[in-house]
Design a protein around this ligand. Structure first.
Ligand code: AKG
Length: 347
């Protein structure tokens, strides 16, 4: 087996993060163990403010993104596809509603990215991935406060999460990072994931290192949500840009940035207006199969003990029911055909 470090992940010994993220100790314990928590965050009026605001912005700017900027196989992420003016105004809108309510639950966190995630009818897969790393994950956790603006169930593309994966898959990730999972068949991975179905206004607060996935929206209504990335007040916000590749791996420029960087970035290139060069590193190219992923997620073997030779339990487990009042739905359908297509497109 290749060690996590050889695959570019931070060794568990190198990560020392004991700062709480959530104010509620029980939620904090759940977050540390699973990598996410689910909680009601917005009332109906706040949800309406965000949905109406999104529609008003799109109407004023001739759509959220230009048709040539967005491939509708995937979800439309406003921070990747939309016009700079849309992103800037969306940031102000989302931050004005979410920052004060997030503050009630989170300990000294500040906004960095405000992203509308739109899945139009019949579109919008989000392949299995970890979010961009935007802090040094050896020392800090950034979180995505993901908020449903409509009820989210399997049929319209609810998220599924790989519990515990945030503990051992801490790393440095930019635009290239989704490729790490692109060789794993989604049908094989699905049973290992926990689907989270939520009501409009509920939030899933997840560690950005947590592996997750969401299928396309197979209903006739759009599925709108928000990803609001927050980082600890004391953490330096970072961006990892791939600038080349060699036999040794990926050549990565590390930038220290601020929130304005995401208003104009395109294909992940750095921007000297909103960032400064912080480092240059080489990372291995990661291409996992399911067996490697399972090995990475398994806890380190315990020191041999004469009295207790039992092997450690693997972290991967069968899917469990969602704790937070789920909206009823059918069991997950494998996405093999679509998944295979995405794998090909992403090579
Ligand atoms: O909205 C979704 O279905 C997935 C969004 C996502 O992957 C994210 O916000 O990181």
């Amino acid at each position: 087996m290749r060690a996590p470090g050889e695959l570019g992940f931070l060794e568990a010994d190198a990560c020392d993060i004991d700062r709480p993220i959530l104010r509620d100790p029980a939620l904090q314990a759940e977050f540390e163990e699973t990598g996410y928590v689910v909680l009601p965050l917005l009332d109906a009026e706040q949800v309406a403010t965000l949905v109406d605001g999104y529609d008003r912005l799109a109407a004023a700017l001739d759509g959220s993104s230009a048709p040539e900027d967005y491939n509708d196989t995937y979800a439309e992420f406003s921070i990747i596809h939309s016009r700079p003016e849309f992103r800037r105004r969306a940031y102000d809108l989302i931050t004005s509603v979410l920052e004060p309510v997030a503050e009630r639950h989170l300990v000294d966190m500040r906004p960095l990215i405000a992203n509308f995630v739109n899945k139009l009818p019949g579109t919008g897969v989000v392949p299995t991935h970890q979010n961009f790393s935007v802090v040094d994950e050896a020392e800090h956790r950034s979180v995505s406060v993901w908020v449903a603006l409509v009820d989210c169930v399997l049929e319209n593309g609810a998220m599924s999460l790989l519990k515990g994966s945030h503990q051992t898959l801490r790393s440095r990730r930019g635009m290239w990072a989704y490729q790490a999972f692109s060789q794993i068949d989604q049908g094989q991975l699905d049973p290992k994931l926990t689907r989270v179905e939520v009501h409009a206004g509920d939030a899933v607060i997840l560690d950005d290192a947590l592996v997750h996935y969401s299928p396309p929206n197979q209903t006739g209504e759009r599925r709108l949500a928000i990803q609001f990335v927050m980082i600890p007040q004391e953490a330096r916000p970072l961006w990892f840009q791939q600038v080349g590749a060699t036999d040794d791996g990926l050549d990565i420029e590390v930038w220290e940035i601020d929130e304005r960087y995401f208003f104009e970035f395109w294909h992940g290139d750095g921007d000297e207006r909103y960032g400064t060069h912080a480092d240059r590193i080489v990372l291995p190219k990661v291409d996992l199969d399911l067996a490697m992923l399972e090995q990475l997620l398994a806890p380190a073997p315990a020191e041999p003990a004469a009295a207790d030779p039992a092997p450690a339990e693997p972290v991967l487990s069968e899917p469990e029911p969602v704790a937070w009042e789920p909206v009823a739905s059918e069991p997950a359908a494998p996405q093999r055909g679509l998944r295979a297509l995405i794998s090909r497109l992403s090579r």
